[in-house]
Design a protein around this ligand. Structure first.
Ligand code: PEP
Ligand code: MN
Length: 338
């Protein structure tokens, strides 16, 4: 249920409502809006009629059910877009957020050179996996903490913020010590123990769509993080499995306007994994911006042919720079800045 407070209702009335929600055995989530505040009361669906009595409390305008199964992620509970702040960045705001970097952190020189190149081209956040979720147990699994240290070093040198993947709930604390944003990969989108652990973390989370998750299931995964009290969730469409084999995945750009309608959370697009081939990355990156995405995640490697992972889909820095330039007029045409 959503308890909608009257515009200008004083803080004490809001606190009284919060107390009452707890008394009734529900978890209150306060969403502060520009016009009015609302309290999302989340918990057992069966007793929700009892919450209706809050309608008579001072300062309460109405008590309405949240129809979507993803409660806190829905636009019903929060019509205004969420802006996730990372340093000076406003992810989900007017400016597009560009994340770029290698698939995996491989060495100090590889990461540092790539970081400097993507920074020069105008990227805002450096990506790079230190813990890699690989299909084969025999494939390169990442440099782990050593990789995290290299990422922190690259942040120091470039001023770029860092996003890196966490694949295990027991590593959330470790990865959180180094990263500015914690990434959940496609393969872990329904690892509910990981999602809950990230819900308790105080860091923004970049949650990738699974290759076989519907949009509704995807938003339910976001809900796991939100329901634990971490509202800093960024979504990222990265392609789904279809019958098509010419591309690695099918980049579902339908998901962009659908997600933007259903949720207030920022929506990014990853055309690197979404296509699996560098030649298709730029056209689909542009299509994503045209579709309304809040930003992009793009794999960039100095020498893609030598990359430990995902070389085929990685752009060389020069191509990444051209893409960044080509995005400018396109972003302006849809009312965004790069
Ligand atoms: C990645 O970002 O390198 C990655 C493993 O992506 P995904 O989880 O989308 O496959
Ligand atoms: Mn990759």
């Amino acid at each position: 249920m959503i308890i909608v407070m009257r515009a200008g209702a004083p803080e004490e009335q809001l606190q009284d409502v919060i107390r009452k929600v707890k008394e009734l055995g529900y978890q209150p989530h306060v969403i502060r809006g520009a016009q009015r505040n609302v309290v999302g009361a989340v918990g057992d669906e069966r007793g929700k009629a009892r919450l209706q009595s809050l309608e008579s409390m001072p300062g309460v305008e109405s008590v309405v059910p949240i129809l979507q199964p993803f409660k806190l992620a829905s636009r019903e509970v929060k019509p205004e877009k969420t802006i996730v702040r990372v340093g000076d960045l406003a992810i989900g705001g007017e400016s597009l957020t560009i994340i770029a970097g290698p698939c995996s952190v491989e060495s100090e020189s590889q990461l540092m050179e790539t970081a400097l190149a993507v920074k020069e081209a105008g990227a805002h956040i450096l990506r790079g996996g230190a813990f890699k979720p690989r299909t084969s147990p025999y494939a390169f699994q990442g440099l782990e903490e050593e990789g995290l240290k290299l990422l922190a070093q690259a942040r120091e040198a470039t001023g770029l913020h860092i996003v890196t993947e966490v694949i295990n709930p027991r590593d959330v604390e470790l990865v959180g010590r180094y990263a500015d944003i914690l990434q959940v990969g496609a393969r872990n989108v329904q690892n509910f123990a990981l999602l809950r652990a990230l819900g308790e973390a105080k860091k923004p989370v970049l949650l990738k769509r699974g290759m076989a998750t519907t949009i509704k299931e995807y938003l339910m995964s976001a809900e796991y993080i939100l329901s634990e009290g971490n509202y800093q969730v960024i979504l990222c469409e990265r392609g789904i499995r279809t019958f098509e084999t010419e591309t690695r995945f099918t980049l579902d750009l339908n998901a962009v306007p659908v997600l933007l309608k259903l949720t207030h959370l920022p929506v990014l697009v990853d055309p690197s994994h979404g296509t699996g081939h560098w030649e298709y990355v730029a056209p689909m990156a542009k299509a994503a911006v045209a579709a309304g995405a809040d930003g992009l995640m793009i794999e960039v490697h100095m020498k893609p042919e030598e990359a430990f992972s995902d070389g085929v889909q990685s752009l060389k820095p020069k191509r990444f720079l051209s893409l960044m330039q080509e995005l400018k007029p396109l972003a302006a045409a849809v009312g965004r800045k790069v």
